[in-house]
Design a protein around this ligand. Structure first.
Ligand code: GLU
Length: 315
């Protein structure tokens, strides 16, 4: 495959510095993309304005650069993409695939206790309301200064995707939220933004942490309804702390900068990441490429143990 519109991507949320788990996923996304002749693009997923910051995005880009994970073209920021999300909503609306949802989290929790609702799925409370009922619920929300969410009126119950590591994966398709409700400010939902942006950036290979595996069927279904091609996925194992929990900032020195303060250079961090993937300790992602074989990446989570700071003697 020649370098073309085919692309892979890394799509971090800029809520803080990337930790070694994020960096390992980014390295894998880069290796998968470059190893298959794809472009590698970067997208800053900053639709969550409360948790995102421009400063965090800048630092994330710098850290990826420091590891040698260069991307093609300009970085795409989701905060610039609101008109595209509006357009996607219009498409769904025209096709009768949208409905307003007036439920609070509590309403959903309570209704979801009904035995026929699979865990985590929307119980469908607002899907088939009549116009009068809708007007009443809308009015009640408005009195509290709130606007309804918008949900996809899914026409399928299940959808399948192809994953390079997991094979054929089928999963439930929910009436996912495509625009959040709340205090009135437009609040785009991750599921819509990710699908619209992957299509816009020509992404036909999605590599990300395997905590998102079960989001893939619903996202691929949404892509289908919007007339977008369905990407191939590779959901890669996460990095865990020594207690077996997903690595987090509180687990000590886990970011490139924190490790830097302990005397570890980006090159040494890259060696560690390479080693965790069964690859030789090369000094750049490019040098790792000839050794990368997707079929041989470890399927188990990688347990992160903070390396002893230089000069500290081991007991
Ligand atoms: N922005 C998401 C995250 O940082 C990743 C979403 C995706 O790769 O689809 O967890």
């Amino acid at each position: 495959m020649s370098l073309s519109t085919h692309a892979g991507r890394y799509a971090p949320s800029p809520s803080g510095d990337l930790h070694v788990g994020n960096l390992r996923t980014a390295l894998l996304a880069w290796l998968f993309a470059r190893g298959s002749g794809r472009r590698f693009v970067l997208r800053v997923e900053d639709i969550d304005t409360q948790r995102s910051s421009a400063e965090a995005a800048r630092r994330q880009c710098e850290d990826l650069e420091a590891l040698g994970l260069r991307h093609d073209g300009a970085v795409l920021y989701q905060h610039d993409r609101f008109p595209a999300y509006e357009e996607a909503l219009d498409t769904l609306r025209r096709r009768g695939l949208l409905y307003e949802c007036y439920c609070s989290r509590r309403d959903i929790r309570e209704a979801a206790r009904a035995p026929h609702t699979p865990p985590g799925m929307y119980p469908g409370t607002c899907r088939d309301l009549g116009e009068e009922e809708r007007a009443e619920r809308r009015r009640r929300l408005r009195e509290n200064g709130r606007v309804p969410a918008l949900r996809l009126r899914a026409q399928a119950r299940e959808w399948s995707v192809t994953d390079i590591l997991y094979g054929h994966v089928s999963g439930p398709v929910d009436d996912v939220i495509v625009r959040r409700g709340g205090s009135g400010a437009v609040d785009w939902a991750y599921n819509l933004a990710v699908v619209v942006d992957d299509a816009y950036q020509g992404i036909d290979q999605v590599v990300r942490g395997d905590d998102l595996l079960m989001s893939a069927p619903a996202q691929a279904y949404l892509a289908h309804e919007l007339g977008f091609p369905q990407p191939t996925y590779a959901h890669v194992p996460l990095v865990l702390n020594e207690e077996g929990r997903r690595l987090a900032k509180r687990d000590g020195a886990v970011t490139l900068r924190e490790l830097g303060q302990q005397g570890m250079s980006p090159r040494e961090v890259l060696h560690l990441l390479a080693e965790s993937l069964g690859l030789p300790p090369k000094d750049s992602p490019d040098a790792l490429l000839p050794h990368f074989d997707p079929a041989r990446i470890p399927r188990e989570p990688w347990i992160w143990r903070t390396p002893p700071a230089p000069g500290r003697t081991c007991p």
